[in-house]
Design a protein around this ligand. Sequence first.
Ligand code: GLV
Length: 318
Amino acid sequence: MTGTQVGDKPLLLYACTGVDDNQWLAAMRRELPELDIRTLADDPPLEQVGMAFIWKYPAGLLASLPRLCVAFSLGAGVESILRDPDLREDVTVVRMVDPGLAIGMNEFVLMRVLHYHRQMPEHAENQRAHRWAPCVPPLPEDRRVGILGLGELGSRCARTLVNLGFDVAGWARSPRNIDGVTTFAGREQLDAFLARTEILVCLLPLTTATANILDRRAISTLPRGAYLINVARGQHVVDEDLLAALDSGQLRGATLDVFREEPLPSTHPFWSHAKITVVPHVSAITQVKSAARTVAANIRRYLAGQPLQNVVDRKLGY
Ligand code: GLV
């Protein structure tokens, strides 16, 4: 149940790239002195690995871990792990739920909603033209913000916006109940949700059901002049349809933190589009300090034979 151990301590394989390994290893070892935490560079006995902490790991790695029981993801989005052909059915995948990541997302979404709500793109345009043109934003209660995806991050952003007085709606696969938020559920209510949303925030998990969800049809269901903030995955948005909507005025602006291909290729039209703000996938980063603590608590629960938290539903894909 608890994996295997080499010496007197259970073994955890750390296999992450794109993050500061030294910081992560130091934090994990500090939080979990009862574990033997090894990296691939330590040449660990892979056939003995029962638990792994992974992110953007080398292709084929999972095939070399015959006794893997639990894979802890360093990131919140687990679509690349679930798509790995070497992931066995009996491996439990745990997604990252990190207070630090949630704080970051909350800040970023709030910043961009306020940016659009307070008409900053118009002010920037007026400044470029040396034009003094005061404009009055509506009250937050008259600004309709929509959160696509009401998971851990989406529901937190929704609550923050409600507390500031915005008219907030949310859409999820199945019905949700969040105080002060008008919720819509399922494909049959997607259009009604979009039709009332002036500032749309995409915080969906990437699954076969949500890929390309923001296509021409969905974007044209938004009220004319709406804004998009995509902080989920690039694959949620059909790039050409987004560009066409910005060029036609259907959308007034977009903030994109995530892209189909990352890094965003230097020739991609998003870089130079006047109505697009490009951010290099930094809206919310898993924070070592808070996340290592959360993962450690979950691992300790597992080692004590208690149910793991934040387990991914392999069928739903998140
Ligand atoms: C980042 O995109 C994550 O999935 O945590």
